[in-house]
Design a protein around this ligand. Structure first.
Ligand SMILES: Nc1ncnc2c1ncn2[C@@H]1O[C@H](COP(=O)(O)OP(=O)(O)OP(=O)(O)O)[C@@H](O)[C@H]1O
Ligand SMILES: [Mg+2]
Length: 291
């Protein structure tokens, strides 16, 4: 909320603190396939936000629009007040991105891979070597920095990609399935490295994951996406209690987990244009009042 100052002019601090990400009616189609279909999303500055949902929900496509790698033909995506279509370079300077597909070059060393990103993201030549070393250190790869990436394990490659994304000191880190295929120790290690950087810099994190336990523990807020749109939004606790309410809050059995919320959204059989979760909820409330 913008608090009015005594002179009626909006408070400057409030204006200076827009959401990290704000998408409104975002649409992206690949031919006949509308992968993102009117996405509304707000990620607060400083939060860890989980974008969750089944395979094919449109998460990766949405992230690629937000990073400006894909165009935004309809709707808007705005990062820290900068428009993804009109101010692409400004948006790119603010973010680091770890894509779902592996992106490190196996024929280069860890240090060379991160240096490449530092150059692409315009880290000044004077600072470059120190910033590369810092990013490698932040993900625990200092000792392996001068080995070829093809000699790294899967977990090390994922941490290398994290270093690539961190080297430009982004305000927003976007991670698409950062821990997929990693063992539980490596997953914890990736999370801890990200947490350490957040504690030091206040960086915002937007992350997709299929591990609902991880999302429950790690995310401040999350959105369940299905067929290109957000169907439920809130803190993990709000998402869980929302499902308990929809189920009638009988108190029988175990309280729902985030995985139950995921299944509920994924199995909801919403036909594409028939509205979202909140509609389902209000319809049920109306039905119970009427019935
Ligand atoms: N480059 C592309 N060309 C054509 N169709 C695509 C392309 N990328 C994605 N799609 C389609 O868009 C839809 C959404 O895909 P997307 O990769 O965004 O989903 P996702 O939520 O990231 O899924 P996953 O959890 O499996 O990563 C799918 O139907 C997919 O087949
Ligand atoms: Mg994906």
């Amino acid at each position: 909320m913008t608090a009015p100052a005594p002179n009626g002019v909006p408070d400057a601090d409030a204006r200076a603190a827009p959401d990290a990400v704000s998408c409104a009616g975002l649409v992206h189609a690949f031919g006949e396939t509308t992968a993102v279909d009117g996405l509304d999303l707000a990620v607060r500055d400083g939060d860890v936000f989980g974008l969750l949902g089944p395979n094919g929900a449109g998460k990766t496509t949405a992230l690629r629009c937000i990073t400006t790698l894909l165009p935004v033909p309809r709707g808007r995506s705005v990062l820290f007040g900068y428009d993804a279509t009109r101010e692409r370079m400004a948006v790119r300077r603010l973010l680091g991105y770890v894509p779902q597909q592996l992106s490190a070059d196996s024929g280069l060393t860890g240090r060379e891979n991160v240096t490449l990103f530092a150059r692409v993201f315009d880290v000044s030549r004077r600072e470059r070597a120190a910033r590369v070393a810092q990013a490698l250190d932040a993900v625990g790869l200092t000792d392996a920095a001068d080995r070829l990436a093809k000699t790294y394990s899967g977990g090390m490659v994922r941490r290398l990609e994290l270093a690539q994304a961190l080297v430009s000191a982004p305000r927003l880190l976007i991670l698409d399935e950062p821990t997929i295929g990693l063992d539980p120790i490596a997953r914890t290690s990736v999370r801890e490295h990200i947490n350490a950087v957040r504690a030091a810099t206040g960086m915002t994190v937007l992350v997709t994951t299929h591990y609902m336990d991880e999302a429950d523990q790690y995310c401040d807020r999350g959105a369940l996406m299905h067929r290109g749109r957000v169907r439920a939004l809130g803190t993990p606790r709000e998402l869980r209690t929302g499902l308990a309410e929809r189920r009638g809050n009988t108190g029988d059995g175990e309280p729902p987990t985030l995985e139950d919320v995921f299944r509920d959204v994924a199995d909801s059989g919403l036909d594409d244009r028939s509205g979202d979760f909140s509609d389902v909820r209000s319809t049920r409330r109306t039905a119970s009042r009427v019935g």
